[in-house]
Design a protein around this ligand. Structure first.
Ligand code: ZN
Length: 323
């Protein structure tokens, strides 16, 4: 009998210790499979956020003020917004304004996006990669990049091959930033001030923030309207779009010019829908009061002519890149 009681106490204690450690040691939590985290709708499910993302009070992973500021859940991710010289831009400040942003280009059909924007006199924002699919290399589309620049749209960096930065080593981060920066400098003669993280992830990664600051980046461009063109079919994205902006508040919308149906169908439809709702359009810096191009770029030289010996993309650069 004594032995049974002893065993019971041992099990009880073990159980208590185990439960305690589950709630005090994040290493025993599970990585969030779906960007939910912490206490969601009053239910603990112990998902923690991917590297350096914050868990919001409502139980979602991300890197905005709503995720990392008041109510952030420190047991399930990082919390706090450093005052280090990098500023996150999460929406537009100008009333009635929509900032269209297009990611993951360049592609040959990015020219179609420029034509649609020109037709309506719209300035947009492009966050470009260098080599994020085997068939596409930024050096092959240098003229498109120069056209975006000349036509007054914002160009921001989005890494060389669209890796998940939260799990990238410092060396990989340096490579991802430097290889794209070099291409931009050769093609445009500028350094970029705006950066957008692939997947919007790991905005609070300390090494990455320092690496961006060292290279002259000033602004992290996030978004508050996701068309989900990357996740759904074209028709679903089109049907969802009016509801995303029906509150008539200023917004930054996310879509992808690497997807040809986005460029040829969703973008014109979004422009038309937003116009009918009474929206005007601007770039991300423009709708935040930055009309001076020195806030967008630092001029460091002149555009160069292509040197085919050195201006090329290496297929092995895409190791780890994900779209
Ligand atoms: Zn992207």
């Amino acid at each position: 009998m004594a032995r049974i009681i002893f065993l019971f106490i041992l099990l009880s204690n073990t159980n208590i210790l185990y439960v305690f450690s589950q709630f005090s040691n994040p290493s025993s939590y599970r990585l969030s499979p779906d960007a939910t985290c912490g206490g969601l709708n009053g239910t603990e499910h112990n998902f923690y956020c991917p590297n350096y993302d914050c868990c919001s009070k409502n139980g979602f992973c991300g890197g905005t003020t709503a995720h990392c500021g008041v109510g952030c859940q420190p047991d399930y991710g990082v919390c706090g917004i450093p005052n280090d010289g990098l500023t996150s831009i999460e929406t537009c400040k100008t009333n009635n304004t929509l900032a269209l942003s297009l990611d993951d280009g360049l592609r040959p059909w990015t020219n179609h996006a420029l034509a649609a924007l020109n037709e309506s006199g719209i300035k947009a924002s492009f966050f470009v990669n260098g080599h994020n699919e085997a068939d596409f290399c930024i050096y092959d589309h240098a003229e498109i990049l120069q056209r975006i620049y000349k036509e007054g749209h914002l160009i921001g960096a989005h890494t060389w091959s669209h890796v998940q930065l939260g799990s990238a080593s410092p060396d990989e981060i340096d490579f991802q930033l430097d290889t794209l920066d070099l291409a931009i400098r050769r093609i445009l003669g500028v350094k970029l001030r705006y950066f957008r993280h692939p997947f919007g992830e790991s905005v609070m990664y300390p090494y990455l923030r320092k690496a961006l600051i060292r290279r002259g980046y000033k602004y992290i461009a996030l978004w508050d309207v996701d068309t989900r063109d990357w996740a759904t079919d074209l028709e679903t994205a089109r049907q969802s779009f009016p509801g995303l902006i029906s509150d008539l508040k200023p917004h930054i919308s996310l879509m992808h010019d690497r997807i040809n149906t986005t460029v040829d169908s969703l973008l014109p439809y979004a422009i038309d829908t937003a116009k009918k709702l009474g929206y005007e359009f601007d770039t991300i810096p423009g709708c935040n009061g930055q009309h001076n191009k020195s806030d967008w770029y630092q001029v460091v030289g002149k555009p160069e002519k292509r040197d085919y010996k050195t201006w090329h993309c290496n297929p092995s650069d895409m190791n780890g890149g994900v779209l």
